[in-house]
Write a protein that binds this ligand. Structure first.
Ligand SMILES: C[S@@+](CC[C@H](N)C(=O)[O-])C[C@H]1O[C@@H](n2cnc3c(N)ncnc32)[C@H](O)[C@@H]1O
Length: 329
């Protein structure tokens, strides 16, 4: 269980009788908080949520908003602006986050939305434990801000990429992805292609622009929205699914390509990549291949050889390797 959840559990007396919306939920245990009624909003397809969307909608009878501090500061602005835009009267709002996750800096952002500048209403400290802190204020209604106001655009060759706060490598091309793109440019893979963990849709759009049939998945609803924006911006087509790895993916592919995920919340982990590799053969056609970029020094070669007949490094630089792993035809 996340430490932020434990801190919220300590607020049983204050939650009793409340109708709360939890925003950017990162932990299913949040669903057991002792409020009279709870709705969970969040980004991840791997959690059971009431709203799995980039930004939340406030249900009509809500009387408490609880924001779990996101990692990206711009994302906190996006969430608070969306919430404020959905209010017709001030509403109590709690902000909870780990000390290490930048809660101090976040308070300045929070203060802007609770009218601190105009009325001097500073966020009120409520509790702190397990290296986390909890604050509250009255969120003030504001003019609605459309999601498109938070989009960052940047050029990549003939394409324009779009991303949203919280999406991997927001507003710039990642160096590992860049190396994988070099490989894809030189040797166009066979389609249909599945882009696993599509982020802002860099690989998806690059391959779709070259005429390939592409399906994209990401566990993040915000990444899915960003990939769809990138495709629309460039007049391209691809199927995009909100999916925990292969969960929502139909059919089999000739090529799987990925710059694989290496963290879950604040924790670095290679577990997802190992699962991605282990389950890959079940989603490939005979003779199909997995193209994957990874940091130097991680034992991807060993994991790939456990599941594929041919494994090779096809490109590398000081920091990254591009691996190609193929199945027998
Ligand atoms: C390293 S980023 C790569 C993003 C994009 N392909 C690029 O190259 O810029 C990994 C992506 O995997 C997504 N991801 C993490 N866990 C996932 C999972 N279990 N299923 C699907 N996608 C996942 C993350 O949200 C993130 O967008």
């Amino acid at each position: 269980m996340e430490n932020t959840t434990r801190l919220l559990q300590r607020q049983a007396a204050l939650l009793a009788g409340r109708r709360a919306l939890i925003i950017d939920a990162n932990d299913e245990a949040l669903g057991d908080l002792p409020a009279a009624h709870l709705q969970l909003h969040g980004d991840l397809a791997s959690l059971r949520l009431d709203q799995a969307t980039p930004v939340p909608e406030i249900p009509a009878d809500t009387d408490l908003l609880v924001v779990i501090l996101p990692k990206a500061r711009e994302r906190l602005d996006m969430l608070l602006a969306t919430l404020a835009g959905g209010l017709s009267a001030p509403m109590e709002c709690w902000l909870v986050g780990p000390g290490k996750g930048g809660i101090r800096g976040a308070l300045k952002q929070f203060a802007r939305f609770i009218g601190a500048e105009a009325e001097g209403a500073e966020p009120e400290p409520m509790d702190s434990a397990r290296h986390c802190k909890l604050y509250r204020g009255q969120l003030q209604p504001a003019a609605p801000t459309p999601l498109t106001d938070f989009v960052r655009r940047w050029p990549l060759g003939d394409l324009t990429l779009c991303s949203l706060p919280g999406v991997f490598s927001h507003g710039r091309l990642d160096d590992g992805t860049d190396l994988l793109l070099e490989e894809l440019k030189e040797r166009l893979p066979a389609g249909p292609v599945l882009d696993i963990g599509c982020g802002a849709g860099v690989l998806t759009a690059s391959l779709a622009a070259r005429g390939l049939t592409v399906t994209a998945v990401d566990v993040s609803a915000t990444a899915v929205a960003a990939t769809r924006m990138t495709l629309a911006e460039n007049g391209l087509q691809a199927e995009v699914h909100h999916s925990n790895l292969y969960q929502a993916v139909p059919g089999r592919f000739r090529t799987l390509c990925t710059n694989p995920p290496f963290h879950e919340g604040l924790t670095h982990t290679t577990d997802i990549s190992r699962r991605l590799i282990g389950e890959a053969p079940r989603h490939l056609l005979p003779g199909g291949q997995l193209l994957l970029v990874a940091n130097q020094g991680l034992p991807y070669g060993d994991w790939l050889r456990e599941h594929f007949t041919q494994v090779a490094v096809v490109r590398e630089n000081r920091r990254f390797k591009v691996w190609r792993a193929s199945l027998r035809p």
